[in-house]
Design a protein around this ligand. Structure first.
Ligand code: MOS
Length: 737
């Protein structure tokens, strides 16, 4: 089966340090809240103390008396936002929470006022003095209680017979629940807003897509997009929390308008719990059947996820179920459950991560019934030829190779086929695995290049780098396509004045921008060839592939490397800078093929049967992300996602308080995620085969598949260790005992 291929060796990574590394570690790189503006003042939000109702009265008297307070925005006192000026416009805007444009309270902590003051301290103190009276209403924040009453609806075409799972000789029927989780990037969300004229706006904002922010506020304030400059050059992690434009950013822009000065708002860590989305709580039910030879006979997958009272956020939990395996018989249903909480959003591996936990747990469970190794059972049921949902052939799908390689790396043959057989005192050891898959998408992106006479090249795009290594990968691609030395290639990104690009998210970033960098590199070579042709006719009808650039000039590769120097070209044509811009995006290949990234996750852990402590000893992740453009950055993406998956499996839960309607333990002491002590050695490997159809570099995204499957691999390993099937995340010690 090829289990014993040499694992990819990450101990000797090539020298590809991050382009922004020095800037980050020396503090030279600026995050949104670190920019300076003349005459800057500070804003602080005050939140509702009830979870549902209507504001009757807000008492601002005490707050107004605090020295340094410039103004206080409420729903009754605010500047005009043309896009939210009446009920219809609010509906059309689809902005989410119409902050300061309603007296309705949908969740506890919802902003009801924003203090603008000379200092952060003044604003914070004044905000603490604001009191309000409400007409309160009934509320619920308890997902488990609320979900039972919500009816399901189909999420796609049914396949085959709906009784196939229950007619099969082996069957699993089980429910799975996952508590809500919060992104919590290291950097808090922050906005500095400055109106530089009556209709020109400058924003330093933490987000995952500057063009999205620009578009949103151009619409809301009815000004041309080009009048808004958004900078998000350094981002201290996003995980999806920066893919939407949130109320706090709008509020800051309103504040800047109100006081006609630049205003800075940084959310507090506590506000990060209810201001920028979270992975919603979920309920799932699986009915899965299998035959004696390990063929998956059919599946019913039902899911529900929490949402807010003012928006429907459907996670797409059952999408992954329709993708990985050859289910000839399948039905998937979903529903959203309104709660008095803020709206959830995409969080690393959104939907698929949740759905995959249930499906991959059920498949593991049925493998014990059939008495077939879960690796073998999975390999038997993969949909390797075509996407079972669209019927289109996969452009590339190496999920089987991920499984085989991962099994070899974790020494899967050491696993016992019955649970509870590997013990040492109070500890039991277990092995588990699961797979994940993600539709590999791609958007339209643009990049510009500027070449100077000294051979230094600048590559620009508006795309943000949320910490994934996009800039480093762009440098690698620009080097590969042009030939110019890496150290002479400078990367500029995260500003809306640069060539437009999609938001970085959904594992689309590299796949989108890589095409644009290749296109710009080719355009640069052809433009140089035009100039070179004036000196040497060999360049006349040169194709981009005939040409290689160096730090000093342009050479014709297929004709003895005939050479024209930049010096000659610049001097003779009186050039300052040679500039090109090019775009690239999806095309006809999308009608011909389906595209996926995938990963196999393996876990070896031990469980203390007396204390319920889980100690993960080793994690292995093998991913098919097409060609790997930057190995260090890619491996870092994967191991970071695995740590996120450990948090999801064992630690993370957003706890709600049904009595008062708020959150409990909403700080980093109360909300636990995996830290170094919780994370073991994580071995990462890649299949590394380019997908020649997806984009010119052959690279597919990795961000999501790094986490999809991790929680199931851990939970399956716990079963293998102690024989207890746990279907409620996080698996805290009390559930193990
Ligand atoms: Mo993400 S949920 O791809 O930022």
């Amino acid at each position: 089966m090829g289990f014993f291929d040499e694992p990819y060796d990450l101990l000797t990574p090539p020298d590809d340090g991050r382009v922004e590394g020095i800037y980050k570690v020396t503090g030279k790189g600026k995050y949104a809240a670190e920019y300076k503006a003349n005459n800057l003042c500070y804003a602080v939000l005050a939140g509702s103390t009830v979870a549902a109702g209507t504001i009757k009265n807000i008492n601002l008297g005490n707050a107004r008396q605090v020295a340094g307070v410039l103004d206080i925005i409420t729903h009754q006192h605010k500047p005009l936002v043309p896009g939210l000026s009446d009920e219809n416009k609010i509906k059309e805007a689809r902005f989410g929470l119409p902050v300061f444009h309603t007296d309705k309270i949908y969740f506890k902590g919802q902003p009801i006022a924003m203090v603008i003051a000379e200092t952060l301290e003044d604003a914070t103190y004044a905000a603490s003095l604001i009191e309000a009276q409400y007409d309160t209403e009934n509320f619920t924040v308890d997902f488990d209680k609320a979900q039972a009453a919500v009816p399901l609806a189909s999420t796609g075409k049914e396949r085959g017979s709906l009784n196939a799972w229950s007619n099969a000789p082996y069957m699993v029927e089980a429910e799975y629940t996952i508590k809500a989780e919060v992104h919590h990037p290291m950097e808090m969300h922050a906005t500095i807003a400055e109106w530089t004229g009556t209709d020109t706006l400058k924003l330093y904002d933490k987000n995952q897509g500057v063009n999205n922010v620009q578009r949103t506020f151009a619409r809301l304030f009815a000004i041309p997009e080009k009048n808004i400059e958004v900078t998000s050059e350094y981002v201290g992690g996003g995980f999806g929390s920066g893919l939407r434009v949130w109320p706090h950013a709008l509020a800051t822009i309103m504040a800047a308008k109100q006081v006609n000065r630049p205003v800075k708002l940084m959310l507090t860590r506590q506000q990060m719990f209810n201001s920028v989305g979270y992975r919603p709580a979920s309920w799932q039910k699986i009915k899965l059947g299998a035959t004696a030879d390990g063929k998956l006979a059919g599946i019913l997958h039902q899911s529900k996820n929490g949402t807010s009272r003012y928006e429907n956020f459907n996670e797409g939990i059952t999408r992954v179920t329709r993708l990985i395996y050859n289910f000839e018989n399948l039905k998937t249903d979903a529903a959203v459950v309104p709660l008095n909480l803020s709206t959830p959003t995409w969080m690393r591996g959104p939907g698929d991560c949740t759905g995959d936990f249930a499906v991959e747990s059920a498949i593991d469970e049925i493998s014990y019934q059939v008495k077939m190794d879960p690796v073998v059972l999975r390999l038997k049921n993969l949909a390797l030829d075509k996407n079972p949902e669209t019927g289109l052939p996969w452009s590339t799908n190496y999920i089987n190779e991920c499984i085989e390689k991962g099994a070899a790396m974790i020494n899967w043959q050491e696993r016992k086929t019955e649970p509870g057989l590997l013990t040492d005192g109070d500890w039991s050891t277990g092995y588990g695995m699961a797979v994940g898959m993600w539709n590999a998408g791609r958007g339209n992106a643009s990049a510009a290049m500027q070449l100077l006479k000294d051979g230094s090249l600048t590559v620009q795009t508006a795309m943000t780098d949320i910490g994934t290594g996009t800039g480093t990968s762009m440098q690698n691609i620009a080097h590969d396509i042009t030939g110019i030395t890496k150290s002479k290639i400078k990367i500029e990104l995260g500003n809306s004045n640069l060539p437009p690009a999609p938001s970085q998210g959904g594992s689309n970033g590299l796949s989108s921008i890589s095409g644009a960098v290749v296109a710009a590199g080719n355009a640069l070579k052809l433009k140089l060839a035009e100039y070179a042709a004036k000196e040497n006719a060999v360049f006349k009808d040169a194709k981009a592939t005939d040409i290689i650039l160096s730090d000093t000039g342009i050479a014709y590769q297929s004709s003895n490397n005939q050479f024209v120097s930049y010096n000659t070209i610049w001097n003779k044509n009186n050039l300052q800078v040679l500039e090109v811009e090019a775009s690239s995006g999806p095309g006809a290949e999308r009608q011909q093929y389906s595209f996926c990234s995938s990963a196999a996750h393996f876990c070896k852990l031990k469980v203390n049967r007396k204390t319920g402590k889980v100690k993960i000893e080793k994690m292995v992740a093998v991913a098919d992300g097409g060609k790997i453009v930057s190995e260090k950055a890619a491996a870092n993406q994967m191991s970071g996602a695995a740590v996120g998956g450990i948090g999801m499996a064992l630690l993370e839960e957003l706890i709600t308080d049904e009595r008062l309607g708020g959150l409990v333990g909403d700080d980093l002491a109360g909300y636990h995620f995996a830290v170094n002590a919780d994370a073991p050695m994580i071995d990462i490997a890649f299949i590394g085969k380019p997908d020649v159809n997806i984009n010119p570099t052959g690279s597919k995204g990795l961000g999501e598949v790094g986490i999809i499957g991790v929680a199931a691999a851990i939970s399956n390993a716990i079963y293998n260790a102690i024989g207890k099937r746990l279907r409620d995340l996080p698996i805290t010690p009390d559930k193990i005992l």
